[in-house]
Write a protein that binds this ligand. Structure first.
Ligand SMILES: C[S@@+](CC[C@H](N)C(=O)[O-])C[C@H]1O[C@@H](n2cnc3c(N)ncnc32)[C@H](O)[C@@H]1O
Length: 358
């Protein structure tokens, strides 16, 4: 058991079983042992590689997408450029480099980053090399200008609740103790009240329902702000376009799946994103939702084929690496199909590029 596992086992012995969401929150953000507080997860030597770390093309093309949305809104003099969960800051650094080529884009304004890890905040300041304002939550974002926001692999890191259908009702999945005081998954004895559950189809025995109250709350707050302030949030993450029942909670360590309860705090713990839940929460507040479209379709629509050819022509020594990155980002058996993009927009913000063509 990890140090965090031992800490949670003591807490469970004293207080009783914990919901999956509480365990996931501690595993990722516990101030002493949480994964993002202590580990360097990114890159070949870390636990996983995210798209911005694979190639500069990812951030550059998303920067141009934001620039096109900005132009479609009439090129407002003031915008709030920002990102949720920026990791090492690579995506924003690449996006800003591309935005510098969009005539008149107000790049002098500070970048707004929603990030909880102090260690990653310091890295982001180093990478982005521009004035940065960090926020703990969405609430801190300014409310006096249109929003231009990115979120790559952010929502998958927010805690989920799980409920299992036992033939009569849904029971919340909990983490308790086995006879040897090891951590074990189980079900709450009392059924969950149906009004606490998200909309779902008729379940079969054993069906697992997942939802992320934290993600839904952020999408609702963004929907409210986008409706009032205008602009867009582009969220890219992994998940099915139409979700049924599934247990998607997964731990990843050193580029491999790991056992969840024996690696708490030492492996990345995520779940597939339910795009329909995010879209419903935002549109209920007056925003519009587009997609999800696959990452492959989004980047082909943004011209990644041409960008890769140009980049390869200017850096012949890196040619193979550039085409390998292009393949990894767009091929259906790589990140091209599993990863999807959802655009949330203000009611008066025009339908964003690529989403208007798919
Ligand atoms: C999987 S990483 C993705 C990093 C980056 N977007 C990328 O693509 O490389 C998740 C990021 O979200 C941050 N994060 C996790 N939970 C958060 C929360 N509740 N609020 C703000 N940031 C959070 C992490 O610290 C990290 O920066």
């Amino acid at each position: 058991m990890t140090p965090l596992g031992r800490l949670l086992a003591r807490r469970i012995a004293a207080e009783g079983p914990l919901p999956v969401a509480a365990v996931m929150a501690e595993a990722l953000a516990h101030e002493a042992h949480g994964y993002y507080q202590v580990r360097e997860p990114f890159g070949a030597a870390g636990d996983f590689i995210t798209a911005p770390e694979i190639s500069q093309m990812f951030g550059e093309l998303l920067g141009l997408w934001l620039g096109a949305v900005w132009q479609s809104m009439g090129s407002p003099a003031r915008v709030i450029l920002g990102e949720f969960g920026p990791g090492r800051g690579t995506l924003m650094a690449d996006a800003r480099r591309a935005l510098a080529r969009v005539p008149g884009f107000p790049l002098h304004a500070p970048v707004h980053l929603v990030e909880t890890s102090p260690r990653l905040r310091a890295l982001q300041i180093e990478t982005i090399r521009a004035p940065v304002v960090h926020h703990d939550t969405t609430d801190g974002l300014p409310s006096d200008a249109p929003l231009l926001l990115l979120a790559n692999e952010f929502f998958d890191a927010l805690p989920i609740r799980q409920a299992v259908f036992t033939g009569e009702a849904f029971h919340e999945r909990m983490v308790g103790l086995d006879r040897d005081d090891g951590l074990i998954f189980g079900l709450a004895p009392e059924p969950l009240s149906p009004h606490l559950l998200p909309p779902h189809e008729a379940p079969e025995d054993g069906a697992v329902l997942e939802w992320s109250p934290a993600s839904i709350a952020i999408a609702a707050e963004l929907g409210r702000r986008l409706a009032a302030q205008g602009g867009t949030l582009l969220a890219i993450d992994y998940g099915a376009a139409h979700r049924g029942f599934a247990d998607t909670l997964q731990a990843v360590s050193r580029h491999r799946y790991a056992e969840i309860l024996t690696t708490l705090g030492e492996a990345d713990l995520t779940a597939h994103v339910n795009f329909a839940h995010l879209a419903a929460a935002a549109t209920a507040q007056g925003a519009r939702a587009f997609g999800p479209v696959t990452q492959g379709d989004l980047f082909r629509g943004l011209g990644i084929d041409l960008r890769a050819r140009r980049l390869a022509a200017s850096q012949p020594a890196a040619r193979d690496q550039i085409y390998a990155a292009h393949h990894r980002l767009t091929a259906p058996d790589q990140m091209g199909s599993l990863f999807k993009a959802l655009a949330l927009c203000g009611a008066a913000t025009p339908t964003p590029p690529v989403f208007d063509a798919i």
